[in-house]
Design a protein around this ligand. Structure first.
Ligand SMILES: C[S@@+](CC[C@H](N)C(=O)[O-])C[C@H]1O[C@@H](n2cnc3c(N)ncnc32)[C@H](O)[C@@H]1O
Length: 273
C-alpha cells in the first residue's frame, strides 16, 4: 500500500515590522514586498510550463537575461530550454529573492538591479524573459532598457501564470486573495501594447496546465501574494482564515491531501528590430 506524503512544513508569513508598515495600494510597496519571505515564495509559487518558455526563447540563445527573476522559477526552466552552452543572468530588485535563486541555481550570474536601470552592457543578451513581474515595471523605461541590452533580432518574452478562474473554487480563492486590491493587473489587456518602435512582431500564446500542490500549500501560496504581504497583520490573518475555511469546506478541496491547481500561462513575445 502507498501512503500520501504529508504537506511540507511551510510557515505562515512573518509578521510585518510595525515600524515599516506597507501600503497595500502603493505600487512601490507592493513591488518591494517580495523581499519578505523569499524562501516561502521559492517553496510554493508555481514554475512555468516548458512549452511557454520554448515559445518565448529564440533557438540556441547564448546569453539569456531573466529580468525580475525572483527566486529563479522561470530562470530554471529557461536554463533547461536554452541548454548547457547558454549563460543565464538574473536581475532583481530584491537581494533576498536573489539569495534564494543562487542557493537553487548556483550556476546563474545574479545582479541586484531594476528593469528601469538594467546593470548589463548594450546589445549583450540574445533574450530577455520576464515572469510575473512586468506589471511592477515602469513599462516605458523598462522597454527602453530591454531594447538597449538586447542584440538586434533578440527576443523579449513576458509571461504570467494566472490561476484558471473558470474553475469555481479557484475563482473563490482568487476573490479572497484580491478583494479590494486596486493594483491586481486586469486580465485581457495586451501588456506589450506600448513597447515602442524598437520592437516588432508582438505575439501571444496561451498554455493551460495543472500544478499538484499539498492542500496545506494554498494558505501559504496566498501569503506570498504581494497584496497579502502588505496588508496589516490582522487583515492578512482574516484572509488566511478564509482560505482555511474554503479548503476545509469546499467539496473539491475538503479532506484532500493534494489539490490540482489549474493555471493558464499567458505568454507574449516580441523581436528587437
Ligand atoms: C511575483 S515576483 C516574480 C519572480 C519570478 N520572475 C517568478 O516568476 O517567480 C516579482 C519580482 O519582481 C521583482 N521586482 C519588482 N519590481 C521590480 C523592478 N522594477 N525591477 C526589477 N525587479 C523588480 C520583485 O523583487 C520580485 O522578485
Amino acid at each position: 500500500m502507498t501512503s500520501t506524503p504529508p504537506p511540507p512544513a511551510v510557515p505562515d508569513p512573518t509578521p510585518v515590522d510595525p515600524a515599516q508598515v506597507a501600503d497595500p495600494q502603493a505600487h512601490a510597496d507592493r513591488a518591494a514586498s517580495f523581499e519578505r519571505d523569499a524562501d516561502v515564495y521559492a517553496q510554493v509559487r508555481p514554475s512555468y510550463p516548458r512549452e511557454a518558455v520554448e515559445w518565448m526563447l529564440p533557438a540556441r540563445p547564448r546569453r539569456v537575461l531573466d529580468l525580475a527573476a525572483g527566486t529563479g522559477k522561470l530562470t530554471e526552466v529557461a536554463a533547461e530550454v536554452a541548454g548547457p552552452g547558454a549563460e543565464l543572468v538574473a536581475v532583481d530588485l530584491s537581494p533576498a529573492m536573489l539569495q534564494e535563486l543562487s542557493a537553487r541555481l548556483p550556476g546563474v550570474t545574479t545582479h541586484r538591479g531594476t528593469a528601469e536601470d538594467v546593470p548589463l552592457a548594450d546589445a549583450s543578451v540574445d533574450a530577455v524573459l520576464v515572469g510575473q513581474a512586468w506589471h511592477w515595471f515602469d513599462a516605458t523605461a523598462a522597454a527602453a532598457e530591454i531594447a538597449r541590452v538586447l542584440r538586434p533580432g533578440g527576443a523579449l518574452g513576458v509571461a504570467w501564470n494566472d490561476r484558471d478562474a473558470d474553475v469555481e473554487w479557484v475563482a473563490r480563492f482568487g476573490e479572497i486573495l484580491h478583494r479590494g486590491d486596486r493594483l491586481e493587473p486586469a486580465a485581457g489587456n495586451d501588456p506589450l501594447a506600448g513597447l515602442g518602435a524598437a520592437f516588432t512582431a508582438v505575439e501571444a500564446h496561451t498554455v493551460r496546465w495543472t500544478d499538484r500542490v499539498p492542500a496545506g500549500a494554498l494558505r501559504v501560496l496566498a501569503g506570498t501574494r504581494s497584496y497579502l504581504l502588505t496588508l496589516p497583520d490582522d487583515e492578512r490573518a482574516a484572509r488566511l482564515a478564509e482560505v482555511d475555511a474554503l479548503v476545509a469546506t469546499h467539496p473539491a478541496l475538503a479532506r484532500r491531501t493534494e489539490i490540482e491547481l489549474p493555471y493558464v500561462t499567458h505568454a507574449y513575445r516580441a523581436t528587437r528590430r
